[in-house]
Design a protein around this ligand. Structure first.
Ligand SMILES: [Zn+2]
Length: 445
């Protein structure tokens, strides 16, 4: 099963790579996948597994990638943060990822777009770290716009993909202040504090920046009808822009915010209306959206539900690595919203291509043997107690899901089989990110 189609075939693996697809001579070790699907390992371009100088996530590389491989995700891209230099953030990520069970890569978050940081880009790209992230929702984004323009120009020149958190700071700050001054501090007001207009405005201004600088942009976690419409317009202009959504926006609506435990579903942006959910599915099917990334960043129940937390103080993020593939199969493919090919495309082939992860995301001769044997009829109910995340709740607790991985191979080695994690911490390797063709080579300048 690939993004191009399906066939009944054997897959031959040698030295961690795929050496044959179709008729394969007898091998030293054979795995029987009859009646099941063989999928390329999923590539999740959006996780938060690395530490910062002041914080270690609940799901660090070890715990997060246990969940990943149990869910058929064999490559994770984690955010790392600038620490003075961008390089220092990557070095911290490399140290943390020494415990990874899956292959890994990074987006380095630029928090200070100084000339020095911009000057680092060519050497980072040359070392296989061709990815940045910027937060338009950061208070300084507009004030330092000329620094960001220089950064984006340099990123275009170096062939670095720029992931963008597209919510407009001014709109979010104003809505948040108005709610607080009206005494509306409760978590139930969280969705109002980050309206879809904040996404719309930010995507449109980022689109202008892409046109001006030639930078290739990857919009993360798009959640609303207006957001995917703005992305479609940017694509229609011929700009190199990509869009990701996140499982939360496919399965849940803001009705969750009427519950007393609403804080469990706080993520940025918030859950939206049914109409937005429908628009996100349509965009995923049509190709306006390119990928589904988890934004995996869980916090314990007690941290999410701490008494007296105002809506803008709840730590954002949920666990999603283990359920990414099974739920998209169950809710997308089985319900007729996506074809199997499209599912493989948005979970594996497109993310690998967009991030420059050569050898990942496909079943083809020469690719890494990152393979998932997937039982499309296996029914399981999601219980946090059975998941591999360190988190003590699951955002989809009690959801009945049809189709689960039964075996995951990472570069030909069994990493997960029949409910057991087999891979050891440290088995994951850096997945080198190839630089994109620079904007000059694309003829945009
Ligand atoms: Zn994120």
């Amino acid at each position: 099963m690939t993004a191009r189609g399906s066939s009944r075939a054997d897959v031959g693996v040698k030295d961690g790579r795929i050496v044959a697809v179709g008729d394969v001579p007898r091998a030293e070790r054979e795995l029987d996948a009859s009646g099941k699907l063989i999928l390329p390992g999923c590539v999740d371009l959006h996780t938060h597994l690395a530490s910062t100088p002041t914080f270690t996530p609940l799901d660090d590389f070890e715990h997060g990638t246990r969940a990943a491989i149990a869910g058929g995700v064999t490559t994770v891209c984690s955010m790392v943060y600038q620490e003075g230099t961008l390089r220092a953030g990557i070095e911290r990520g490399m140290r943390d990822a020494g415990r990874s069970l899956a292959d890994f890569a990074f987006h380095v978050v630029v928090t200070d777009p100084s000339d020095a940081a911009t000057g680092e880009l060519p050497s980072l790209a040359a070392d296989g770290h061709a990815g940045l992230k910027v937060f338009m929702v950061a208070p300084h984004f507009d004030e330092r716009i000329s620094d960001y323009v220089r950064l984006l120009r340099a990123a275009a020149e170096a062939g670095m993909l720029v992931a963008v958190h597209a919510e407009d700071h001014a709109i979010v700050a104003r809505a948040t202040a108005e709610l607080h001054s009206a005494g509306h501090d409760d978590v139930r007001y969280f969705p109002e504090s980050r309206p879809p207009e904040a996404e719309d405005v930010a995507i449109r201004s980022a689109t202008q920046l892409a046109a001006k600088t030639g930078a290739a942009l990857y919009f993360v976690h798009l959640s609303s009808r207006v957001a995917v419409a703005a992305l479609a317009e940017a694509k229609a202009r011929g700009l190199v822009v990509f869009g990701e959504t996140r499982p939360l926006y496919l399965y849940l609506t803001r009705e969750r915010f009427e519950r007393p435990d609403a804080a469990l579903w706080v993520g940025q942006p918030p859950l939206r209306e049914r109409d937005d959910v429908d628009a996100v599915w349509d965009a995923l099917r049509s190709g306006v959206l390119d990928t589904v990334g988890t934004d995996h960043y869980p916090h314990r129940r007690a941290a999410k539900l701490a008494p007296g937390l105002a809506f803008d103080r709840v730590p954002p993020g949920v666990a999603n690595l283990e359920t990414l593939l099974p739920m998209l199969h169950s809710e997308g493919v089985r319900r007729g919203r996506l074809t199997l090919e499209r599912m493989v495309d948005v979970l594996a082939t497109s993310p690998a291509r967009i991030a420059g992860l050569q050898g990942k995301g496909d079943i083809a001769v020469g690719s890494d043997a990152d393979l998932v044997i997937f039982d499309p009829d296996l029914v399981r109910t999601i219980h946090a107690s059975e998941m591999h995340s360190a988190c003590d709740y699951d955002p989809y607790e009690g959801w009945e899901v049809t189709g689960w991985p039964t075996l995951t191979l990472l570069r030909g080695q069994t990493a997960y089989a029949d409910g057991e994690i087999v891979a050891m911490p440290g088995q994951g390797r850096l997945a080198v990110r190839q630089a994109l063709q620079s904007s000059r080579a694309r003829g945009m300048e």
